[in-house]
Design a protein around this ligand. Structure first.
Ligand code: FAD
Length: 404
């Protein structure tokens, strides 16, 4: 006897890309189960603990377009509290002479947004949809992709629980467990590369004038102190503070190992930033904030038969210098659902299979892999551009010819 039912998709990872994907699948009428390793980040006790990749990030048209295509009001809500960055501000030399370099002669800009707020907004929206269930504190441990079964460690006790889905999507980040499960099944090409540069976040508070907070630097810029082997950057926050990120080789981090060495290092390299951050805060942040590593991951293909696919950092992690990791992950979701549309994929399972899905997933890999590899390479090149090329006379002469 033939059997038809609504298709279930399991999305592993409730980060930025996984939660956006839950909204897209819910819009198409699938039953969506979203599994996230961490507790719900929206709980008050979790907010205090949030530490991680970056406090704020640059949202560009690539990512905005994917938010817009949900047909919901996500773009307006997130842009309401975003700070537009029209140009980069290069802080040159010891004296910190500032040079504004517009991103576009047509006035286009990128937007500094709060990472946690964007993630919360996406989770809120997904949760509102009647066909989405979010399971927090569910860590994917193992998956039998052919059967569509997954074993999770659940809650504080890490008890094992088994779940099923017709399609499993890995959106579980650069160190993806889902990708590892797929690599056991298919001949997936896989490449990873660490760079010797790490990063550490520092906080630049608002300046108080007549009890009112003001930005310490021009807010409509992404500020860069390029020093060839290392650099400091600063992105504005809506509360008039800046989040600064110090990027430098790990051995330099190791050498700058005492308060005195840190202050001398900043005096030598980023002197104008010292009073804006404050000496005490600089020392506290530098010695207590985590040092992150930076990795590029390239994979091919991104799918397995009609059973599984990876998106976002799970499929293509990149160094952050192009500000496109999340944007590119959002675009994955938009492209993926366009491909499902083009193949007329319905949210129904008939006799244990979803008609046309295997062909659609293969078409997605075909389209996306080469673009993902290209943007990983561009991100790596931009490391050189940001920390060094922006100060070269050739670069400055070329920009002048382009009209600014
Ligand atoms: P993640 O954000 O890593 O989310 C993965 C989720 O999966 C997490 O919630 C995790 O808890 C969960 N998870 C992991 N393992 C499991 C498991 N086994 N089971 C269940 N859940 C699991 N991008 C930009 O576009 N613009 C920027 O300006 C920018 N700046 C950056 C600055 C820095 C310093 C860094 C490091 C990155 C930056 N990025 C930026 C890149 C961006 O952070 C990533 O591309 C983006 O977070 C990827 O989203 P994701 O959802 O794919 O993965």
């Amino acid at each position: 006897m033939s059997e038809t039912k609504i298709a279930t998709v399991a999305i592993i990872g409730g980060g930025l890309v996984g939660s956006l994907n839950a909204i897209y699948f819910a819009n198409r009428g699938w039953k969506v189960d979203l599994y996230e390793l961490r507790p719900d980040m929206r709980l008050p006790e979790q907010k205090k603990l949030q530490r991680g990749k970056s406090i704020n990030l640059a949202l560009s048209e690539r990512g905005l377009s994917a938010l817009r295509a949900t047909g919901l009001d996500l773009e307006t809500v997130i842009l309401d509290s975003a700070v537009p960055m029209h140009s980069r501000m290069v802080h040159l030399g010891k004296e910190g002479r500032q040079m504004s370099q517009p991103y576009s002669i047509h006035g286009e800009h990128i937007n500094a947004v709060d990472r946690a707020r964007l993630n919360e907004l996406l989770l809120d929206q997904a949760e509102k949809m009647s066909n989405v269930t979010i399971y927090f504190e569910h860590q994917l441990h193992q998956a039998d992709l052919k059967k569509g079964s997954m074993v999770f460690f659940q809650g504080e006790t890490k008890s094992e629980v088994t779940k099923y889905a017709d399609l499993i999507v890995g959106a579980d980040g650069a160190y993806s467990k889902m990708r590892a499960q797929m690599m056991r099944k298919i001949r997936m090409d896989y490449q990873q590369q660490y760079i010797d540069t790490g990063y550490c976040e520092l906080y630049m508070p608002p300046v108080m004038v007549n009890d009112q907070p003001h930005y310490a630097l021009d807010p409509n810029h992404l500020h860069i102190w390029p020093r060839h082997t290392h650099m400091l950057i600063a992105l504005p926050n809506p509360d008039k503070s800046f989040t600064c990120t110090l990027f430098m080789p790990f051995d330099m981090f190791e050498n700058v190992s005492s308060k005195q060495k840190l202050i001398a290092f900043f005096q030598e390299n980023f002197n104008d930033a010292i009073p804006l951050i404050g000496e005490d805060r600089l020392v506290d942040d530098y010695f207590s904030n985590p040092r992150g590593a930076l990795i590029t991951v390239k994979t091919s293909p991104h799918h397995y038969s009609d059973k599984a696919v990876i998106v976002g950092d799970a499929a293509h992690a990149m160094v952050p210098f192009y500000g496109q990791g999340m944007n590119c992950g959002f675009q994955d979701i938009q492209v993926f659902h366009k491909v499902l549309d083009a193949h007329n994929i319905k949210p129904t399972v008939h006799n244990n299979s979803i008609s046309g899905l295997a062909t659609a997933l293969a078409a997605y890999s075909d389209e996306r892999v080469k673009d993902a590899h290209a943007i990983c390479d561009l991100a790596m090149y931009n490391h050189y551009e940001m920390r060094s090329a922006v100060t070269s006379t050739r670069f400055l002469a070329r920009k002048k010819l382009e009209g600014w």
